[in-house]
Design a binder for this molecule. Structure first.
Ligand code: CP
Ligand code: NVA
Length: 305
């Protein structure tokens, strides 16, 4: 692994290797306290963040290294005074790793092309690989296996949905996406997932029927209807479109009895999920958030080698 830009460029073995390393780190964090001594991580942000920013920074500190927060809007790059190429080349002379949260996946591709150090996708409009890697760790902890069905209901043309589809198809677990017509995962993601899913024996289903999506599911997953890149004026229209896809107690009743609820957070109670589900017994969202920390460490250690 040279960079982590999207899960679709990883192998099943690489994904499982990251999960295994994250489990080891979580069990004995002190053993890793000096592993990044003297190393630095640059963290570029075009969008807001709580979990990703804090877990990467704390993760780097706990590994004995140092992380630098960099708000792109205040940078020469953000002011239009420097190119992405020159930014990547320059930053590579100072730091050992670059992570970036951006709008366009192409920005990450360009960064990776010109950087001489590994680049990590900390979320783009297209995908959120670090999130889903840590979610797989959470699922294994809770369900002891990845031979199961994950149902994602809500906005299908979404970074988390895309990464879940890549992961399911590569690792070999079933993913069904329940989403309104017109908000399906991008065709290239669907094609990849169907093809890789045939090989790994994962069932990949995209359906406009939320009940069909959650039937017999072990994990029910949703995400905001208003991703960071969505314009605020779209909200009324999107609420109308997505309301039939809200995760509530009624919909949870169509999944397996011991199904668990996941959400990458931030969540809006009363929109994509009701408070009763998000704060209910089946919800594991804060364990999910915690695991971001352990997985970020595994990602950084693997790439900085
Ligand atoms: N889940 C996630 O990436 O959260 P943040 O936007 O707070 O980083
Ligand atoms: N789909 C969401 C994920 C937030 C972590 C967004 O892009 O805002």
């Amino acid at each position: 692994m040279k960079h982590l830009l999207t899960l679709s460029s990883l192998t099943k073995e690489e994904i499982l290797g990251l999960i295994a390393l994250a489990r080891k780190i979580k069990k004995a964090p002190a053993r890793y306290a000096q592993k990044m001594k003297g190393k630095s991580l640059l963290m570029l942000f075009e969008k807001p963040s709580l979990r990703t920013r804090v877990s990467f920074e704390v993760g780097m500190t706990q590994l004995g290294g140092h992380a630098i927060f960099y708000d792109v809007s205040t940078s020469p790059l953000g002011k239009g005074k420097e190119t992405i190429e020159d930014t990547a080349r320059t930053a590579s002379r100072y730091v050992d790793l670059i992570m970036a949260r951006v709008y366009d996946q192409e920005t990450l591709e360009a960064m990776a092309k010109y950087a001489t150090v590994p680049v990590i996708n900390a979320l783009s409009n297209f995908s959120h690989p670090c999130q889903v890697l840590s979610d797989l760790l959470t699922i294994i902890e809770k369900k002891r296996s990845l031979k199961l069905k994950v149902a994602y209901v809500g906005d299908g043309n979404n970074n988390v949905t895309h990464s879940l589809l890549f992961a399911g198809a590569l690792v070999g677990f079933d993913v069904s996406v329940g989403c309104p017509e017109g908000s399906e995962p991008l065709p290239m993601v669907q094609d990849f997932a169907q093809k890789a899913g045939r090989k790994s024996k994962a069932m990949i289903v995209i359906t406009p029927d939320p009940r069909e999506a959650v039937r017999d599911a072990d994990i029910i997953y949703t995400d905001t209807w208003m991703s960071y890149h969505v314009a605020p004026e779209e909200k009324p229209k999107r609420i109308k479109t997505f309301t039939p896809y809200q995760i509530n107690d009624r919909l949870m009743g169509h999944a397996k009895r011991d199904a668990l609820f996941m959400h990458c957070l931030p969540a809006t109670r009363g929109e994509e999920v009701t408070a009763s589900v998000l704060d209910g017994k089946q919800s594991i969202v804060f364990d999910q958030a915690e695991n971001r920390l352990h997985m970020q460490k595994a990602i950084m250690l693997t790439l900085a080698k």
